[in-house]
Design a protein around this ligand. Structure first.
Ligand SMILES: [Zn+2]
Length: 419
């Protein structure tokens, strides 16, 4: 795909000043003032019209991930790709470069790629005021408009946003609060381009707050300076889905401002884990090995209910619950949140409510397969009943064998879908 623009003639005759640029025959001030999101949107629409391949070199995501990225870009959204390391996330993001104009004019020497017609940095504003149409311009190729950073806990606000440059201040004999002493971080340096942060959850909370600011207000403020810089960037992120959903890893307001979450993991297939005991909770998959339960009651109804809700939320065609249990249903969460318990025999109220939930799963097209870790007669009977109702399968096994089987299944799923 070639994104083209009529703004620049052949390389040898490129305008070198604002004045020369304005005098070229097809100069279009409006087109040069497009935001980067609008520029990408325009080029994407042209590429779709011409039937150009989108994201050449990225395979296996044509029907799942790429249409979602196209939607996000057409909606001018910042977005995040969720998937395991090594799932082509960075390569997909770098593919966005192809959707930028081949090159754009910037004020020569500007650290934040200022638009010659609308400079925002103090030094370019001074320069244009002094030199007017004689201000030199340069042509910035699109691969230099993509800035990428791997998040680690030691990344600082200064790295991302910027801070004062004391050397620059000393050299110029300037006061530290003078805006010409600013050292720009990676985000302002990505102005008029794409800023990609890999493994977003590894970024310290206060830097996430800084990113939230640019997404919410559209500008950044560098500590110690009154100036607000209205940056023009497309922000894209990657994360491991377990890190992204783990509590405390991403500040909620930032999450809310990311327009689209796109999963690259298990294309078309997801696996969630619900732990049930006195109540039930969703647990990140990477905590599977550390999970422990008991000695508790068994709130089978709540476990099934939570699993059903997760499945319905995912809107997948194939829905299945794999239930692993070693105890008969012995407790229920009541409407008002209280826990009703009865450990003796099979309580008809508990069983009735649990089977009602099984029915709801069945009506939602969810199959329930059960792994049972005990030979307790009343539990065997109960599991047989569920299996019959949902036309599922039941496996009666020992904890040792179960571990082995599950592990194999999980590995097969992974190796099958990673390619
Ligand atoms: Zn500038």
């Amino acid at each position: 795909m070639t994104a083209s623009t009529s703004l620049h003639p052949a390389a040898h005759s490129r305008p070198r000043t604002i004045g020369q640029w304005k005098r070229i025959p097809d100069f279009d001030a409006r087109a040069t003032s497009l935001s980067v999101k609008n520029e990408i949107r325009r080029n994407l629409l042209r590429a779709i019209e011409r039937n150009d391949p989108l994201f050449p070199g990225v395979h296996g995501y044509e029907d799942s991930v790429i249409p979602q990225i196209v939607n996000a870009l057409l909606s001018r959204h910042n977005f995040i790709l969720l998937g395991l390391r090594g799932q082509a996330k960075s390569r997909i993001l770098r593919g966005l470069i192809q959707l930028l104009d081949t090159e754009i004019p910037v004020i020569a020497g500007c650290e934040i790629n200022d638009n010659p017609l609308q400079p925002i940095c103090p030094s370019c504003r001074e320069r244009v005021a002094a030199e007017g149409d004689n201000t030199p311009i340069a042509w910035l190729p699109r691969d230099q408009r993509y800035v990428e950073k791997l998040a680690t806990p030691d990344v600082t606000i200064a790295d991302i946003i910027g801070d004062v440059d004391p050397i620059r201040a000393a050299r110029g004999g300037r006061d530290l609060s003078d805006e010409l002493t600013i050292h720009y971080g990676l985000l302002p340096r990505a102005n008029r381009g794409i800023f990609a942060i890999n493994e977003l959850p590894d970024l310290a909370g206060k830097i996430q707050v800084g990113l939230f600011n640019i997404m919410q207000e559209g500008d950044i403020q560098i500590k110690g300076y009154p100036l607000r810089l209205p940056l023009d960037v497309l922000l894209v992120f990657t994360a491991n889905p377990e890190d992204y959903t783990a509590r405390g890893k991403i500040i909620t307001p930032l999450k809310d401002r990311i327009g689209a979450e796109i999963r690259t993991q298990y294309p078309g297939d997801t696996l969630s884990l619900v732990l049930f005991h006195d109540s039930a909770e969703e647990v990140p998959l990477n905590e599977l090995a550390r999970v422990q339960v008991g000695p508790y009651y068994t709130n089978t109804r709540e476990g099934l209910r939570m699993a059903r809700r997760i499945l319905l939320r995912q809107r997948k065609d194939m829905r299945q619950i794999v239930m692993i249990t070693d105890g008969k249903p012995s407790t229920l969460t009541l409407e008002d949140g209280r826990i009703y318990k009865n450990a003796f025999g099979l309580d008809p109220f508990v069983v009735g409510e649990t089977l009602e939930e099984v029915n709801k799963c069945k009506r939602a097209g969810i199959m329930i397969n059960t792994f049972m870790l005990a030979t307790d007669y009343s539990l065997v009977h109960f599991v047989q009943k569920i299996t019959e109702m949902c036309k599922g399968k039941a496996y009666f096994t020992t904890p040792y064998n179960l571990g082995q089987y599950l592990l194999m299944d999980y590995m097969q799923r992974k190796t099958k879908t990673i390619h």
